[in-house]
Design a protein around this ligand. Structure first.
Ligand SMILES: [Zn+2]
Length: 393
């Protein structure tokens, strides 16, 4: 597919070629020889394009356009093309040249400034880009585009207060719903405050996040952590249990926190209740294994084994099978089949080795740790633990 920008660039050159052809035609008529067609540059660019040699085509075009075409649209398109190819310096040069052009309207100047801001952003000169965009905010037609780029800039600078302000403007300006994303920014600030030991600020931020998105998993987890930190462990467990409703995939993330809180108040029953409730809404096999681990730890081996057996039979879980075999080998009741168990355990253990981790449901990015903003596609709140159970009917 040809980039539509090429059409825009080739158009005036075609016109120019027509003019050249006409001039030549006049000459040729005078010289009484056959008509010669279009300009060399035009033919050469078309040839390069036809052969998918876009870089070469652009070089020829750029030269021709610099020499012959002064129109603003063409120069802007040329600048964009240079930027897209990573030739930021050339793009910047073109745009800077246009600003000082005499007779440029204020609307046109805004457009050039916006392009220049994009050049700076691409070159990593974030401060310069930011200054231009703030200046542009006054121009009605570039307000939304400027704010969108500002959000990107502030996100990469982790300037969360500023992102919140810009995103808030966009929320009012566009039909897009920004609240869940702003909730993520509030969570960033809550975590920052939490790490700095400012629990009261962390609490305020978490409340703001939940006001923006009452189902924000990250804010629910944070609220529970803050409650646990202030010694309200039962309340913390209740808060984390809320994840059962809309975020069963996140339950395993808080299981250890629940266990710690339950132990802090000397009520291991709180932990078991949480796991049983969690397993009603989630098929996450790691929660099953936590329950089995807990039962085994309490010396309730028979119970653990029976629970595992029925679960493995029902779901065909490899992790469950692996754990079951482990328990049987460890339990000392070595029968003739114990060596078979050992082997099966090894095999299933191997198969399991590379199945854990996290995945972005938007772009498929996979990682070993949880990212609230996907490093692959920069989307917020799209990453979740990878789950793998099959139901055998
Ligand atoms: Zn992604």
């Amino acid at each position: 597919m040809m980039d539509p920008i090429w059409l825009l660039l080739l158009l005036p050159l075609a016109g120019f070629s027509g003019w050249v052809a006409a001039q030549r035609g006049r000459l040729h008529r005078r010289n009484a020889s056959g008509p010669k067609a279009i300009s060399d540059s035009y033919v050469r660019s078309i040839n390069f394009l036809a052969n998918d040699q876009h870089d070469e085509a652009l070089d020829v075009l750029a030269k021709a356009l610099e020499d012959y075409d002064e129109s603003l649209e063409i120069q802007l398109a040329l600048g964009t093309l240079f930027r897209r190819r990573g030739e930021i310096e050339k793009a910047t040069q073109i745009h800077q040249g246009l600003i000082s052009r005499p007779g440029i309207s204020s609307e046109q100047k805004s457009q050039v400034l916006f392009e220049l801001a994009n050049d700076y952003f691409k070159a990593g000169l974030l401060d310069r880009a930011e200054n231009l965009l703030l200046e542009l905010g006054a121009s009605e037609s570039f307000r939304e585009a400027s704010l969108r780029l500002l959000v990107q800039i502030y996100e990469s600078e982790r300037e969360w207060e500023r992102v919140i302000a810009a995103a808030g403007h966009l929320d009012k300006l566009t039909t897009e719903v920004w609240a869940p994303r702003i909730a993520q920014y509030q969570c960033e600030l809550a975590e920052r405050a939490l790490n700095a030991g400012d629990y009261s600020a962390a609490k305020d931020r978490t409340t703001s996040a939940l006001n923006l998105n009452r189902n924000c998993a990250r804010a629910i987890i944070l609220r529970g952590r803050l409650e646990a930190l202030s010694g309200r462990h039962r309340q913390a467990v209740t808060t984390w249990t809320r994840l059962c409703d809309d975020h069963p995939e996140m339950l395993n993330e808080v299981a250890r926190l629940v266990q710690t809180s339950a132990e802090s108040v000397g009520k291991s029953g709180l932990y078991v209740d949480f796991l049983l409730r969690a397993l009603e809404s989630s098929s996450d096999e790691r929660l099953q294994l936590l329950l089995v681990d807990f039962l085994a730890q309490e010396g309730r081996n028979a119970e653990a084994e029976a629970h595992l057996e029925s679960w493995v039979e029902e779901h065909g879980s490899l992790s469950g099978l692996n754990r079951l075999l482990e328990i049987r080998v460890d339990s000392g009741s070595r029968s003739d089949s114990s060596s078979d168990y050992e082997l099966m355990r090894k095999v299933s253990g191997k198969l399991l080795a590379d199945r854990s981790g996290y995945e972005c449901r938007f772009c498929g990015f996979q990682g070993k740790s949880m990212h609230w903003q996907c490093p692959g596609c920069r989307h917020w709140d799209t990453t979740a633990p990878r789950l793998a159970t099959i139901k055998l009917s």
